[in-house]
Write a protein that binds this ligand. Sequence first.
Ligand SMILES: *Cc1c(COP(=O)(O)O)cnc(C)c1O
Length: 216
Amino acid sequence: MLDTILQQLAPTQTKLIAVSKTHPPERVLELYRQGQRIFGENRVQELVAKYEALPKDIEWHLIGHLQTNKIKHIAPFVACIQSVDSWKVLEEVDRQAGKHGRSIDCLLQFHIAEEETKFGFDLAEAMDLLQSPAFRQLQNVRITGVMGMATFTEDLVQVRREFRQLRSIFDGLRALFFQNQPAFREISMGMSGDYLLAVEEGSTMVRIGTLLFGER
Ligand SMILES: *Cc1c(COP(=O)(O)O)cnc(C)c1O
């Protein structure tokens, strides 16, 4: 399955985040041995346990909602936090990254789905954040793009519309706040059920769990 997905992603050079949540480290190692290096987890405790158990050249992405008091546990090693959904979280990531003398790449998570349970900014909130003087003071985070989850539905027209919305949020933010900053380039969208659609709509990173590891 890994090879098939990689072949599908190759023409657009879309990155694959293998979402290993709930699966044991041995399963991660299987994919690692096939060459996969980027893995995603949605819980801090599980992420830390896998980081400790597995090879250190794995690039770990946090993709789930983050409580501020847990950020310190992943700050020493996490490569990217895709689920930054508030100023409070971003500020604390900056503080903890600073303690370790590093900078952490972050994606701003946007609420594009119909469901109310999914976390994330709307465009106005994100613009307020990016315009604020406090944001400009941050030294240990780098905003590298946006992330979003589409509605869990069979309605592909709707899913496509939501991906387009995220793409246009990305384009707008880039034009307003990130001109001349090539590091702002990621649109993380697409999961097992909708990643091909996401790639068509400009995804640069897909987050795939079930297709690679089986049902959770
Ligand atoms: C679990 C999860 C995924 C992967 O979902 P699958 O449908 O198993 O591919 C992707 N993104 C986020 C944010 C997740 O929590």
